[in-house]
Design a binder for this molecule. Sequence first.
Ligand SMILES: Cc1cc2nc3c(=O)[nH]c(=O)nc-3n(C[C@H](O)[C@H](O)[C@H](O)COP(=O)(O)OP(=O)(O)OC[C@H]3O[C@@H](n4cnc5c(N)ncnc54)[C@H](O)[C@@H]3O)c2cc1C
Length: 452
Amino acid sequence: MVQPPLVSQLNSTSVPEDFKTEALNLQDSNQNAILQNTILNYDLVIVGGGIVGATLAVALEGSGLTVLIVEAQKKAEAIAKGQAYAIHLSSSRIWDALGVWAAIEPQVQEFKQVHLSDGTDHHVVQFMPQDLGQDLGLSSLGHVAEHRVLLSALLDRVQRCKNIHWCCPARVAQTKVQGDYTELTVESLDAEAISDNPPFTVRSRLVIGADGAKSQVREQVGIKTRGKAYWQSCLVATIQPEKAHRNIAYERFWPSGPFAILPVSETHCRIVWTAPHAEAQRLQALNEQDFSVALTERYGTQMGQLTLVGDRFTFPAKLVHSCEYVRPRVALVGDAAHSCHPVGGQGLNLGVRDAAALAQILRTAQIQGEDIGSLAVLKRYQRWRRTQNILALSFTDILNRMFSNQILPLVVVRRLGLRLMSMIPWIKVTSLRFMAGLLGKAPLLLPPTPSK
Ligand SMILES: Cc1cc2nc3c(=O)[nH]c(=O)nc-3n(C[C@H](O)[C@H](O)[C@H](O)COP(=O)(O)OP(=O)(O)OC[C@H]3O[C@@H](n4cnc5c(N)ncnc54)[C@H](O)[C@@H]3O)c2cc1C
């Protein structure tokens, strides 16, 4: 595809040394005039430069495709999100293949065991690395990583990709699909420099919505969603336990919702405490001392005194699934395509696999001379990822519903289920591989797991 000269100007003359994000903050009024009157051409526009969007962009390095990322937040704001995630082996392997894991690994914490239990029962299912298969020689089941660590490493990597341009803070105000291209109107969101940055038009063969659960791309192209709001909210916080966490992640199911503790550093843990909305609000409003007391009541005293560190955040739990992942010239990845209950830490990991799968399909299509925005190509991605995501979304939904109640037959079934999991190795191994994202068709970036 022929690029107008402005594309290289964006990359070379107006991009500050440290990062390409300020590419649109052009101070030169001549350049603004050019922008106003020029239609920029890219093969692909990724709307949303979060962890999933950035992973996709990096996975397209060297593909011969020109990529523009449009991100609503400035780099520093985007990185500052105080979230942390359980990272499955599937994601760390993808980032390893993309050359970013080496920068991430020293800053994350391993979990070497997962203890799963019903809060109203004493039985605990203990998952160990060898349960994933002795042949893999693994020493951990996964990692816990802070958002800032993951996004900084990915953005540093994006910065080194010659085929990627970055545009922020900006949003796509309009998406029009026009036969063999998509026309996007991009608006600056920089309140201080808005008059210097008039809206401009980008044409691309494909636009990808990586813009999160409230995806505007999805809305602009009229893709519907199905789902529900749970009766629960998730309270997340960082705590400092008195005793060492020993790299153990805990998921304990209570009738009010799952409660997870994940080791996030040598000395600190992250909690994800699911509770009915009103209860979550009450916990959020407690003073620090009363919160620590409530926390100890919920978790117990295995790790001694649990001290709250920093702020608490509460999120309403939702299940949202896009009815379609693709339309001609449009594809959705990550939370734009699906978002689920945080139990089992699936959401981001699914998005990373979406990104790797889509990159693989687009690279292959490009090599074979196919139109990357055609429905025929994009449907390969939908067929691959939608089924796998439905399984994972259903798994989180069933897990939450099975355990978040006191209906006697269900209590009996789940207690039996947990005991069977401990007793019958293949149930344990299959469940663990599923949770770690190692079952089902793997992207080429993710080496296949030898079967047991
Ligand atoms: C309490 C809680 C705990 C969780 N724990 C885990 C866990 O342990 N493991 C796990 O795998 N997942 C977890 N998740 C899910 C995880 O947070 C999401 O799945 C993940 O953040 C989705 O990433 P994303 O890049 O698709 O979307 P987002 O992180 O939402 O990123 C979207 C990006 O798009 C940008 N954007 C939005 N709109 C526009 C626009 N119009 N134009 C341009 N840019 C735009 C945003 O600024 C943002 O940078 C948890 C979720 C919650 C609520």
